[in-house]
Design a protein around this ligand. Sequence first.
Ligand SMILES: CC(C)(COP(=O)(O)OP(=O)(O)OC[C@H]1O[C@@H](n2cnc3c(N)ncnc32)[C@H](O)[C@@H]1OP(=O)(O)O)[C@@H](O)C(=O)NCCC(=O)NCCS
Length: 169
Amino acid sequence: MTYNIKLRRFKYEDAEALAYFCNDEDLQKYLLLSKLPYTIDDACDFIKYAKDCEESGGEQCFAITLDDNVIGCISYTVQSGCHCNSASVGYYIGKEYWNRGIMPVAVKNILEIIFQNTAINRVFAEIFAENTSSVRVLEKCGFVREGYLRNGVNKDGIVHDAILYALVR
Ligand SMILES: CC(C)(COP(=O)(O)OP(=O)(O)OC[C@H]1O[C@@H](n2cnc3c(N)ncnc32)[C@H](O)[C@@H]1OP(=O)(O)O)[C@@H](O)C(=O)NCCC(=O)NCCS
């Protein structure tokens, strides 16, 4: 099945949808985001952050839409100093949309945005080793596993292994 998935910048009107999806323990499980309950005010704060970053050149955040309805978020962050040719990516969609092949479409879209608009030639993701679903997304998009980071991530005081995936231009 082909879905009508697009990426666009966030608007404050997206706050309600964003709060609805983010207020979910399962969605946050493998994200550094750790905020429950996640309220509409939290979503507004995030949208303000996304707008500020768009101007300052920080994390570039996009709403993922399905038939023009916001269902999630995907972002890239250009690294600094001698890593300035690299960007990290991160993403989520609401639980009711999982396992339909939607995120690989969004990841391919953001790769297109990155490679068409920047000089970035390496895109990477560092994911919780237990996040099998995200491993599949990256592999389906052509990312290559580069390393296993033992004790690589600390979420709320609990240490997890992580996996480094990357794709080069
Ligand atoms: C991870 C996430 C982005 C995946 O997006 P998605 O659109 O559901 O991804 P897909 O539908 O393409 O793929 C899911 C794949 O994982 C597999 N999968 C799902 N749960 C699984 C599990 N528990 N064990 C093994 N495989 C699993 C599915 O079978 C599918 O693989 P397939 O295409 O080979 O059949 C989505 O679940 C999500 O937003 N999760 C919460 C946030 C998050 O973890 N973000 C990633 C942080 S790096």
